[in-house]
Ligand binder design. Structure first.
Ligand SMILES: Cc1cc2nc3c(=O)[nH]c(=O)nc-3n(C[C@H](O)[C@H](O)[C@H](O)COP(=O)(O)OP(=O)(O)OC[C@H]3O[C@@H](n4cnc5c(N)ncnc54)[C@H](O)[C@@H]3O)c2cc1C
Length: 508
C-alpha cells in the first residue's frame, strides 16, 4: 500500500498490534475479579463496564449519560436501539478489549458502522444483553493504485472510498449511497451500479481482518482460514468484528448515467417497456425501474418537491455513442426529463437520490426469479398511480449478468481470483424494494402498503432473499437456503457461545 489516504487509524492499529495481548489479559482479569467479588448485580455490571471504559482509547456510553442518545442512534432513525452500553471504538485494540470484556460478562457484542440495517438487530429488544460496538470513527482508507487494491477500516463509508479512489481513475463496487458502511454492505454481498458487469462486491474481496469471539485478531483470505473467508463474503456479520477489508478496484473513470423521468400516470407503460428493455441490454447496463413520490419539502429542488414520477435510472459502462443506441427505445417514450450523460464514476453516489443523511425509514425487499408482464402489472396494482400507498419509493433492480452464480464462478476461475463466498450471486433476475418515511403515526399505513406490495409480487419470489435488502427479521434458511448448515459449522467453530451478534444471525 503506497498511498495512505488516511493513515492515522492504521498507524494506531499497527502500534497496538504488539501491545494488545498484555492489555487484554489485564483487563479480563480485572473484569473477571469484579464478577467474583460481587454478585451479577447491576452494580457489579456497572463496575465491570467502567473497567472496560477506562481501558478504551475510544469511549463508552451508558444509559443516562449525556452522549447516550447520540451514541445509540442508528442511521435508520426509526430504530430504537437499547443495548447495555455503547462502545465507540478508536482502534482495533478497543475492539479486542470489548469482545473479551463482553465474553467474560456473558454479554454479546453487536458491531455496527452506521445502523443502515439496524431494524432486525433491535427487533424484539435483541440488544438487551449486548454491547453495541460502533466502528464509526475507524474510517481509514488506503489505496494502492498500481495493484488496484483498497484497504479500508471497519467504519469507512462508501463516500470515503470513492473520494480516495476516483482521483486515480479507479472505481469501487460501491453502494448507491455515500453514507452506507463499506464493511456491512460487503459482508452482505454488495450490489453496485457496476453489478451486472462485475458481480457482487463481496466476491472481489481479497482479505478480511477481524477479531473473533476469543479476542484473537485474524487475517483471513483464500489460503488462510478459507472456510471463515467463505462465510464472511455474503454471510453477514455473525462471525467476528471485522476491523478492515481489502478489495479490488477497477479502471473505470467515466460512465454514462442518469435518470429518465416520466409522469407517474404512465407507470404501467414505462415499467413494462423498461422490463422488456432489460431483457435486451448487455451486462454493461445496470438499471432500475422505480416509482417515486416526493413529499413537498423545501430541501428538494422545485421540479421534484411534491411531485410523483415513474423513472428509469441507468449506469451504462459503454462509450457515449453506444449508450445513445442502447437508450433509444426508452428515449423513444419521450421522458419529461432526461439527465443521462457521461460523467465521473464518482457521481454514481448521487444517481439513486438516496436520503442525504440519517432518516426514519420503513422498508423491505425480496428477490424476484423473473419479471413477466404479469409481474409488472401486479407491482403497478400495489403501488401504481391508482394505488393507496404510503411508500415513497418502490423499485425493481435489474440483476443477472455477472450476478448469476455460474457467471461469478467462471469469471473468478478465469481471473485466478478466490472462489466466490457464500453468496456467489443470485438465482434471481430482479430485486424489488419499497420504503417510506416512518414518521410517528405512519407505521400502520407503511406496514399495510409494504405488505400489499410484497404479497402481490410473492408468486415470482426467488428461493432466497438478499441479506442487504432484508430490513426485517428473516430465518437463516430464507437468506441462505442450503448453505445454512455450512455457515453454522463456521459459526460454531469461531463463536461457540454466541458472543458476536449480527442483525441477521445464521443460528447455531
Ligand atoms: C439508503 C440505502 C442505500 C442502500 N444501497 C444499497 C446498494 O446500493 N446496494 C446494496 O447491496 N445494499 C444497499 N443498501 C443496504 C446496505 O448495504 C445494508 O443496509 C448494509 O447492512 C449496510 O451496512 P452498514 O454497515 O452501513 O449498516 P449497519 O446497520 O451498521 O450494519 C449492518 C450489519 O452489518 C454487520 N456489520 C457492520 N459492520 C461490521 C463489522 N465491522 N464487523 C462485523 N459485522 C459488521 C453487522 O451484522 C450489522 O448489524 C442500502 C441501504 C440504504 C438504507
Amino acid at each position: 500500500m503506497n498511498t495512505p489516504v488516511s493513515g492515522a487509524a492504521a498507524n494506531e492499529a499497527r502500534a497496538n498490534q504488539t501491545a494488545f495481548r498484555d492489555a487484554d489479559l489485564a483487563s479480563v482479569t480485572d473484569i473477571a475479579e469484579a464478577r467474583v467479588h460481587h454478585d451479577t448485580t447491576a452494580r457489579s455490571l456497572r463496575e465491570s463496564l467502567a473497567l472496560l471504559g477506562d481501558r478504551l482509547a475510544g469511549r463508552m456510553h451508558v444509559p443516562g449519560d449525556s452522549g447516550w442518545d447520540d451514541a445509540r442512534a442508528a442511521w435508520n432513525l426509526a430504530v430504537d436501539q437499547r443495548p447495555v452500553a455503547v462502545v465507540v471504538a478508536a482502534g482495533v485494540n478497543d475492539i479486542v478489549q470489548t469482545v473479551l470484556a463482553a465474553k467474560s460478562l456473558g454479554l454479546a457484542v453487536a458491531p455496527q458502522a452506521t445502523g443502515h440495517n439496524a431494524g432486525p438487530l433491535a427487533a424484539a429488544n435483541g440488544l438487551a444483553d449486548a454491547l453495541l460496538l460502533r466502528t464509526s470513527e475507524m474510517r481509514g482508507v488506503q489505496v494502492d493504485p498500481e495493484l488496484r487494491v483498497a484497504r479500508v477500516e471497519a467504519g469507512a463509508l462508501w463516500g470515503d472510498v470513492v473520494a480516495a479512489v476516483a482521483p486515480h481513475g479507479l472505481a469501487a463496487l460501491a453502494g448507491s449511497s455515500h453514507d452506507v458502511g463499506v464493511v456491512g454492505y460487503t459482508l452482505g454481498g454488495g450490489v453496485s451500479w457496476l453489478a451486472r458487469s462485475h458481480g457482487l462486491a463481496a466476491n472481489h474481496v481479497s482479505a478480511i481482518e477481524l477479531v473473533t469471539a476469543d479476542g484473537r485478531r485474524r487475517r483471513v483470505d483464500a489460503s488462510h482460514e478459507p472456510e471463515l473467508f467463505w462465510a464472511l463474503r455474503g454471510g453477514g456479520g455473525d462471525f467476528g468484528v471485522v476491523t478492515a477489508i481489502e478489495f479490488r478496484l477497477f479502471p473505470v473513470a467515466e460512465i454514462v448515467a442518469g435518470t429518465l423521468f416520466f409522469p407517474i400516470e404512465r407507470a404501467e407503460e414505462v415499467m413494462q417497456a423498461w422490463a422488456a428493455w432489460t431483457a435486451t441490454v448487455p451486462d454493461t447496463v445496470t438499471s432500475v425501474g422505480r416509482l417515486l413520490r416526493f413529499p413537498p419539502m423545501p430541501e428538494l429542488p422545485p421540479f421534484l418537491s411534491g411531485r410523483s414520477f415513474v423513472v428509469v435510472e441507468a449506469a451504462i459502462h459503454e462509450s457515449p455513442e453506444r449508450a445513445v443506441e442502447l437508450l433509444a427505445p426508452l428515449r423513444g417514450l419521450a421522458p419529461g426529463m432526461d439527465s443521462v450523460h457521461p460523467q465521473s464514476v464518482a457521481e454514481l453516489l448521487r444517481l439513486h437520490m438516496d436520503p442525504p443523511g440519517p432518516t426514519p425509514g420503513y422498508g423491505d425487499g425480496m428477490l424476484l426469479a423473473d419479471l413477466s408482464p404479469a409481474t409488472v402489472r401486479a407491482f403497478i396494482d400495489a403501488v401504481g398511480p391508482d394505488a393507496d400507498t404510503a411508500l415513497l419509493t418502490v423499485e425493481i433492480r435489474h440483476l443477472g449478468g455477472a450476478l448469476r452464480p455460474e457467471v461469478a464462478r467462471s469469471s473468478a476461475a478465469e481471473r485466478g481470483a478466490p472462489e466466490p463466498g457464500v453468496v456467489a450471486g443470485f438465482d434471481a433476475e430482479y430485486l424489488v424494494f419499497g420504503a417510506g418515511i416512518a414518521i410517528p403515526g405512519a407505521e400502520e399505513a407503511l406496514a399495510a402498503s409494504l405488505g400489499r406490495l410484497l404479497s402481490r409480487v410473492e408468486p415470482w419470489r426467488a428461493g432466497v432473499d438478499y441479506l442487504n435488502f432484508a430490513e426485517h427479521e428473516r430465518s437463516a434458511e430464507r437468506l441462505f437456503g442450503d448453505r445454512v448448515a455450512r455457515l453454522r459449522a463456521v459459526k460454531n467453530a469461531v463463536d461457540p457461545t454466541g458472543v458476536i451478534r449480527s442483525n441477521h444471525p445464521v443460528g447455531r
